[in-house]
Design a protein around this ligand. Structure first.
Ligand code: SF4
Ligand code: SF4
Length: 715
């Protein structure tokens, strides 16, 4: 008896010492990152939000269950292990007393049954995981496998250890039944089966089996504990923390302002020598960023949904996180050295790791290749999918900010766009005078305001650069204006008073240009006393609604599809002219996934007589990007298949007469891909892409324009 206690406690002390040392090291590494007081403040000020996320995402496994089979397998394993903690208490108790039972519940058959049930559920779960891994073997499936680039050896080792945990548990319990030491007389069905198999071995052998497998179970569980702290299974401990400190509702919608030392950077006072400008070194990540790196489970869900990865580009959001993590771990001795003298004493390999540029080509020893960094469209699919709430876009933007503001390294073709934004206020450099030209083609008047909007005007229509200046997008703008006029909605526009919201500059990493444009617009909007804003561009919508509040601009912003759907519902717009077409709707990422506006555009299409809506395979939360976001619209797409062509190929699979959308960028990108398909004879000549507003305008009866006043009768 004494020996088993000594062995059990010795194993426990060794395992806790190793795991504890590792966790302390991880804590020190995470806190070597930048402060993030806003994350702590958010948890303090909104405890309900954090608690809700823990319940839905950690306990309820909401995001994991988006993938049905692996989700259920993970759910069973997670809850199985949680309930099996009871068996661990029983194993420790058995070290001290053969007849140990958990106080109060220890002989209740329901507990014995529940423990066996979850043990079997965990076995089913790990067999499912094994099958999933075999079916997605990266050696066979290549890039198609979501496990491509993951540490698959460690994953198999963990599955083997979980298997051993269950096997040793059932063996010990089976033997306990035969020795009479088992606390539950009924209910433990699986243990009873094992006990039945072991019974012929006799009492003495079963006593030995009981002791051996209880110690073996403890050894495996403790070994697993140590392995967890050294492997991707660290997420078992870190996921609840990462979920707690993640942005709510998620890491989508607006980008975060640039911070240095936990404070929002003031460009007028900032000093590039002492302040942190974006992420130029791994330690420029905040502790939350570091926590993200440690929490990644390597599941590859993000990778499987990434449009850049799907079209052959080198960017995989998973590998980006893993490369940053591997680098942070390798650089850790340098970061934690404590003094320059201690750093000098470090081996050359660690010093070389510390000197690697964070962004740079392989030849330059870079951790993240520039082609990886600049391939991101900010579509948000990775953030949406990640079961542990990792915020990939924040890290990508952080690195872009450093590259643009400090290194002046970015795709050269985007320089023209930035210059145009600074000098002319729009990405094409067309200038403010052109912004009101679309109005001249209307047969009614729209007030162009240059000061406070009158009290009789309900909405300010924010037209956006594309909506005002790009020929295809201008058709949408006119359709919206026409529909608002038909419905009797009072609205005004800023015309030349508008300037770019700054979205492309911010998504590219040029926070300086973004804040310049944003401040100018906020001043204009405040002067206009704008209360309700209609945005036709999802990028403008997202920026004004979710990012301008960071600079003091708080407005009620509505996307045109939301307002038009409401007007149809209210009977103020009645689609009557049939459009006998099969139409597939493309979800713009910044309207759908980022801001969860999925229903209104579909609702409008449903109301148009004759329209047969056909969803693409990748739609709504899983919609596939058009390739324009993240300022990619102004960069060349030199690697892999063009993202807009991939999307059109999917759309063509539905054999549509028309493709609809709700974003001027998508309109242009998909329109370009359709033109290419028409030239190669892969799409019919009549195929077009239109905004949902254009569809509605074609179907809604327009009021007759007022007849010009003629000579009075008798004159
Ligand atoms: S935001 Fe989109 S493009 Fe960028 S890494 Fe995530 S999934 Fe890929
Ligand atoms: S970042 Fe999230 S979704 Fe991607 S591999 Fe890691 S845990 Fe999975």
């Amino acid at each position: 008896m004494a020996l088993r206690i000594i062995i059990g406690l010795a194993l426990t002390m060794v395992a806790f010492a190793i795991a504890g040392r590792r966790l302390w090291w991880l804590f020190r590494l995470a806190t070597s990152g930048q402060p993030a007081p806003e994350r702590l403040a958010a948890v303090r000020e909104h405890p309900g939000r954090g608690a809700g996320a823990e319940v839905t995402e950690v306990l309820g496994q909401r995001k994991l269950l988006q993938w049905t089979i692996p989700g259920i397998a993970h759910f069973m394993t997670f809850w199985g292990f949680t309930i099996l903690l009871l068996t661990l208490i029983e194993a420790y108790g058995d070290l001290f007393s053969k007849t140990f039972a958990i106080p109060l519940i220890g002989h209740w058959p329901v507990i014995g049954f529940a423990e066996d049930l979850v043990a079997v559920a965990v076995l089913i779960g790990i067999v499912t995981f094994a099958v999933i891994r075999l079916r997605n073997d990266p050696k066979r499936e290549g890039r198609e496998s979501r496990f491509a680039g993951s540490h698959t050896g460690a994953a198999w080792l963990v599955l083997a250890m979980i298997f051993l945990v269950i096997v040793t548990l059932l063996m010990a319990r089976g033997a306990q039944i035969d020795t009479g030491d088992f606390p539950y007389r009924h209910g433990a069905f699986a243990s009873q089966i094992v006990g039945h198999w072991l019974a012929p071995a006799g009492l003495g052998a079963n006593r030995a089996i009981e002791t051996t497998f209880i110690l073996a179970q403890l050894a495996v569980v403790l070994g697993f504990l140590v392995l967890v702290t050294y492997s991707k299974h660290l997420h078992i401990f870190l996921a609840p923390l990462n979920v707690l400190f993640s942005r709510r509702p998620n890491g989508l919608r607006g980008l975060q302002p640039m911070r240095s030392g936990g404070k929002v950077l003031d460009f007028e006072e900032a000093d590039p020598d002492t302040d942190v400008f974006g992420i130029g070194k791994v330690e420029d990540l905040t502790w939350k960023g570091m926590l993200d790196l440690g929490t990644c489970t390597e599941c590859g869900r993000c990778q499987s949904q990434c449009p850049a990865w799907a079209t052959g580009k080198p960017l995989s959001p998973k590998m980006l996180i893993l490369d940053l993590r591997d680098h942070a771990f390798a650089k850790a001795p340098y970061l934690l050295a404590g003094s320059d003298e201690a750093r000098e004493q470090l081996p050359d390999a660690i010093k070389a790791q510390a000197n690697r540029p964070l962004v740079g080509t392989a030849e330059a020893g870079g951790v993240i290749d520039p082609d990886v960094l600049w391939s991101c469209t900010n579509c948000g699919a990775c953030v949406q999918e990640c079961p542990v709430d990792i915020e990939h876009i924040d890290h990508i933007t952080g690195m872009r900010r450093h590259q643009v503001l400090i290194e002046s390294e970015f795709p050269p073709e985007a320089a023209g766009m930035l210059k145009n934004l600074e000098n002319k206020g729009d990405p094409w450099g067309m200038g403010e005078s052109k912004r009101a030209e679309w109005l001249t083609e209307l047969d009614f008047e729209v007030p162009v305001v240059d000061g406070p909007i009158g009290d009789d005007v309900e909405y300010l229509f924010w037209v956006g650069c594309a909506g005002a200046l790009e020929d295809r997008a201008k058709k949408t703008t006119r359709a919206i204006a026409q529909l608002l006029h038909t419905a009797g909605v009072s609205f005004a526009v800023l015309g030349p008073g508008e300037t770019c919201t700054g979205d492309p500059a911010r998504r590219m990493g040029n926070e300086f240009v973004f804040s310049m444009l944003a401040q100018q617009n906020i001043e204009t909007l405040n002067e206009a006393k704008a209360r309700k804003i209609i945005a036709s561009c999802p990028h403008c919508f997202n920026t004004i609604a979710n990012e301008y509040p960071q600079l003091g601009g708080d407005y009620e912003v509505i996307h045109h599809t939301q307002l038009l759907a409401q007007l149809v519902r209210d009977g103020k717009l009645t689609p009557v002219t049939p459009i006998e077409e099969k139409i597939t709707y493309h979800d713009p990422c910044f309207l759908g996934r980022h801001n969860r506006v999925f229903t209104p555009p579909r609702e409008i299409m449903e109301q148009v007589p004759g329209v047969r809506a056909q969803e693409m395979h990748r739609c709504k939360e899983r919609g596939f990007c058009c390739g324009a976001g993240g300022a990619r619209m102004w960069m060349e797409e030199r690697i892999g298949k063009r993202i807009n062509v991939e999307r059109i190929d999917e759309a063509l699979g539905t054999d549509p007469d028309t493709i609809s959308t709700g974003c001027p960028f998508c309109l242009v990108m998909l329109g370009d891909a359709i033109s290419a398909k028409k030239s190669s004879g892969e799409a019919r000549d009549s195929l077009e892409v239109v905004d949902v507003a254009q569809l509605l305008a074609r179907s809604v009866a327009r009021p007759e324009p007022a007849a010009p006043a003629g000579p009075a009768a008798g004159d």
